[in-house]
Each structure stands twice: as C-alpha cells, then as structure tokens.
Design a protein around this ligand. Sequence first.
Ligand code: PLP
Length: 427
Amino acid sequence: SFPVRNESRNDWYEQGGRHIWLPYTQMKTALPPLPVVATEGVRLTLADGRQLVDGVASWWTACHGYNHPHIREKVAEQMARMPHVMFGGLAHEPAYTLAARLAAMLPGDLTRVFFCDSGSVSVEIAMKMATQYWLNRGVPGRTKLAAFRGGYHGDTIATMAVCDPEEGMHSLFAGLLPEHLILDLPVDEESTARFERDLAAHAPTLSAILVEPLVQGAGGMLFHDAQVLRTLRAAADRHGLLLIFDEIFTGFGRTGTMVACEAAGVVPDILTLSKALTGGTMALAATVASDRVFQAFWSDNAQAALMHGPTYMANPLACAAANASLDLFESEPRLAQVAAISQGLAAGLEPCRDLPGVRDVRTLGAIGVVELERIADMNGLKRRLIDRGVWVRPFGRIVYLTPSFTMDADDLAFLTRAVVDAVTEHQ
Ligand code: PLP
C-alpha cells in the first residue's frame, strides 16, 4: 500500500492515496508527497502544522506569493458574476481586457492572443499556427520545426517531439513522435557554424525555429546570452522562417524583464505564455502571434481559419486572475524585487561553488542554480531540504531556486542557507 507519513494520517490523504497517480513519480519508491493544508505568502503549511518556505513558487507560477488579496478579490468578484462561458461565438470582458493588456506588454507587433489552458497546449498551438501559416500562403512541405538540445516545451505528443531527444523522461516515447530538426544552440563559433549549416540544409522543410529564450528550464536550467537569440532571429529571417519564443518559464519577470525577449531586443513571430500568467492561481496559457502571422489566416476562405478551440479556453476566472496579476506588476515593485532576489540568490548560493561534487553555480534574474557533478540521491537530498524547513524540488543533477518575487531578504537567506547545508551534507 502507499506509504503515509505518521504525522499526516488524515482520512483524505490515506483514502485518496490509494487512488491518486502522481506526476513524474515512481509511486513505489518516491518520498510520499507532503500534505499541504494552506498557503500564505511564501509558505506552505503542512497537515502536521509544520511550515516550509517554498523555494520554487509552485513550479515557477506564484510570482506574487500565495493568496495575494488582490487576486483573491478579483477572482471572487468574477466567480459571483460569471465563472465560465464558452468562447466559441461569445465574448467576455476579462479575456478581451487581458488580450489587449498582453498585446500592450509585448514588444513589436505581437498583438493577436489565442488562449488555452496549459503551457504544452499553447506550444502545440504555436506549432499549428506555424505549419498553417505556410499552407495558407500556398507553400507546402514546411511541416517540421527546428528546436534545441536541452530544450523542454511540454509533455504532450507534439511538444515531446520538440524537446531534447536525449531527455530521459521522453525518450521512452520516441516511437510515437514525429521527427523534427533538433540542433545545438549557436553559443560559440563552432556551434554557430554547425547550426547555420544544418539549418540551411533543412530550411525548405521547416516552418519555424522554436526556443526558450535565455533559459532552457526543465531541460537543465541552462542559460545562454542574448546574442544567441539575435543569431536565431537573423537565421530565421535569412531563410524566411518564423521564430517562436516559448516564454512559459521566462515570462512575467522571471529573468528580470517582463519577457526575456525584451532584454535581448529580439521580437519573435509567435510567443507562448503560461505559468505566472495568473500569478500561480489558475490554469491559463496564451499563444501570441504577430500581425504578419495573423494576416496569413485573415481570408475569405473558411479553411484558412485556425482550427483549435479548447472547451475552457479563456476561462473568465483565469482571465480575471491574470488581469489582477498584471495589476500587481503595475502597483507593486516586482521587477525591483526580482533584481534584489537575483543578488540574494547569487550571494547566498556562492558557498556551494567550493563544495566537492558541485560543477557550477549560476544565477539569472530570480533563478538560482546549483549543478552537481552527478545525479544525486534525490530522496536523501529532498529529505534534508524538508528537514531544514524548505520546499525545493531538485531534478537530475540540478538543485534550483525560483522563489516568489515577494520573498524578503530573511526568507531568501534561510532558503539559500538550507540549500548550501543540504548540498554540503549530501556530498
Ligand atoms: N514550456 C516551458 C518552457 C515550460 O517550462 C513548461 C513547463 O514547465 C511547458 C512548456 C509546459 O507547460 P505545462 O506544464 O503547463 O503544460
């Protein structure tokens, strides 16, 4: 039977534990999940009363901390007025307001917003847009994307196919996946020459180049500099390809600007957003297209329409949460907080650099990474972090922190100290 911690023998946990199937989890050997009964600010409260400082903001979503009263209020108002209505043929204010605000927030002519309910699906929609863009323009055969080693774009069939093919969790499904062109990022002279050569060889079969700008997240928390994005923009333009930025992780301040492409001064043709879009409260994602892309769908031909429409698309509650989250970026000093957190992460994790078994320590915006030499005893490491009062979720060789932007200096120091101590003890 499923193991249950003594201190958390609640009925729902024990009974439901026989029926729940958890994500990315070997159900037999993984540490049992911690029962959370409440969240507030940057803390999780467990069923036994313990509190943990959350170092990963619920998979990088809770940028304002948990339970921000402004988001709670706006969602409650929307709940009373209209929790949901279908988007096919009907319009509502929360989605229209949000679309206009996202268009105003994004650079260049990224002005057309298509909503859905998860990051993976927003990337799939970007892939469909890119493919149909060429068909609508009367150009057949451009059905593949160029994507990158180290990349991660989701868990669905289409998005697994544009992730790093060596990635353990997706390689099982290789037989199920369509083939795309997976390249090394052009980070230096040699890789740039290889990238240019491979791209030129395959360009007539490609619709777009797809990349996570500045940070490849779930594929290993790998950073690259803005020049890489300028190289991709130039290459896309040279071959007439679309450029897609997956900003699901980087969007909404995580790397220091509202979107990562802003720091690079590069405007993609399609951009995806999710994660922190609703301040970590509700499932919502958006695929935003440029005027150029949208124009290819603007036609008297019904077949040229974008054929996609999730049932809960543009859910009004989620859109109200996203609008409230954008209010907070305007009324509270979020990006200044990100800059302060960046410094705190760099200083706090620095002692890890000298520890045996640590390969690298790196920081970008509100992302701090300790990369180990070898894949760690994950259960041991996680237990040591929990014992120190923090919630962190290492993967592979990566121990990373992506705190809420509202975390104060004391909590941040507590968090980084816990990581330094746990990694020290781990060696
Ligand atoms: N793209 C990126 C860059 C991500 O980081 C993620 C999730 O971690 C996804 C896509 C998939 O999003 P979701 O888990 O909401 O499907």
